[in-house]
Design a protein around this ligand. Structure first.
Ligand code: HSE
Length: 328
């Protein structure tokens, strides 16, 4: 039986989730795809750090260990930040290695270049996990765009922010306590400033803009606000009035095809479709020319939801490969 050899870059919450699912679902994947998955190596920054046991897998701090192996078929990338992730993925693609990324900071900036490079190299690139965790918004948009035109996307795109706002409202806890809980649950980044400052949602919005409109707005033109200036008192006053704070990223396109948008907290009432979206859930409302409004809701952060999006990309890529290998 054929083997697919993979490497995992980054072993934080998401990288570990990928490892766990690949292990836990080894037999199902084999049955479904006909392939045995071999994780050859995991690339980390610090090899001495305490981690879960990964028997038989090389833990290395050198990407060269991955590139030196001519049999690597696919890389799962879950590194934080633009570099060295972009350099690694660009090199991987140039070597004909398929890539799946969860790295939103890198992909918001370099996604278009990587997609073009992958097309030129006839290599597959998956980025479902960059946006809205386990919510399959990327695949949904790709499907919609085959026969429709997206006009506007509004969403809750940061699980940490929504979790904090929900905790402050439901449990009356101060901002800092709610943030600590989000970190303990693996929702917030190690440095949560971009979560609570709005940049994380902004980057995801840029990824969606690229996909939906074929372009991004000028970044500096987008007003980005976070939830970091919302106090418990603000939340209490809003609740008394029957309103809720939601951190909403919003982008639409004008008649000339120019996208514009905003990212920040908004007070909404019960009539708003995002009013009932609580906890770590993300939600995305896609307005299209023919379908109208479609809303997707689901877990937007955390180990298994995000890693499951990467595995879904993986199965999709393996399925494509099957078609190439075994023409009907
Ligand atoms: N820190 C991110 C969030 C993780 O809270 O949404 C998922 O991208």
């Amino acid at each position: 039986m054929s083997t697919i050899k993979v490497a995992i870059l980054g072993f934080g919450t998401v990288g570990e989730g990928v490892y766990r699912i690949l292990n836990e679902k080894k037999n199902e994947i084999k049955l479904q795809t006909g392939y045995t998955i071999e994780i050859s190596s995991i690339v980390v920054r610090d090899v001495t750090k305490n981690r879960i046991e990964t028997p038989g897998i090389k833990i290395t701090d050198s990407i060269q260990d991955v590139f030196a192996d001519p049999d690597i078929d696919l890389i799962f990338e879950a590194i934080i930040g633009e570099e060295p992730a972009f350099a690694y993925l660009s090199k991987a693609i140039s070597k004909g290695i398929n890539v799946i990324t969860a790295n939103k900071a890198m992909f918001a900036k370099h996604g278009p270049a990587l997609i073009k490079q992958a097309e030129n190299q006839n290599v597959q690139i998956g980025f479902e996990a960059t946006t809205a965790g386990g919510v399959p918004i990327i695949r949904t948009l790709k499907n919609l765009l085959q026969a429709d035109r997206v006009q506007r996307i509004q969403g809750i795109l940061n699980g940490t922010s929504n979790f904090i706002l929900t905790k402050m409202r439901q449990d009356n806890v101060p901002f800092e306590v709610a943030l600590e809980e989000a970190q303990a649950n693996g929702f917030a980044e190690a440095d949560p400033s971009d979560d609570i400052g709005g940049k994380d949602a902004f980057r995801k919005l840029m990824i969606l803009s690229d996909l939906a409109f074929g372009r991004q707005p000028i970044w500096e033109d987008i007003q980005i606000n976070g939830i970091d200036k919302i106090h418990s008192d603000d939340v209490s006053v809003a609740t008394e009035k029957g309103l809720r704070y939601r951190h909403i990223a919003d982008i639409s396109i004008d008649e000339n095809g120019i996208p514009s948008g905003s990212v920040g907290p908004v007070l909404i009432g019960p009539e708003h479709p995002l009013y009932g979206v609580d906890g770590v859930d993300n939600a995305i409302i896609v307005d299209t020319e023919y379908l109208g409004a479609l809303t997707l809701i689901g877990p937007g952060a955390g180990m298994y939801p995000t890693a499951s999006a990467m595995i879904s990309d993986f199965l999709h890529i393996v399925g494509k490969r099957e078609k190439v290998l075994i023409p009907s």
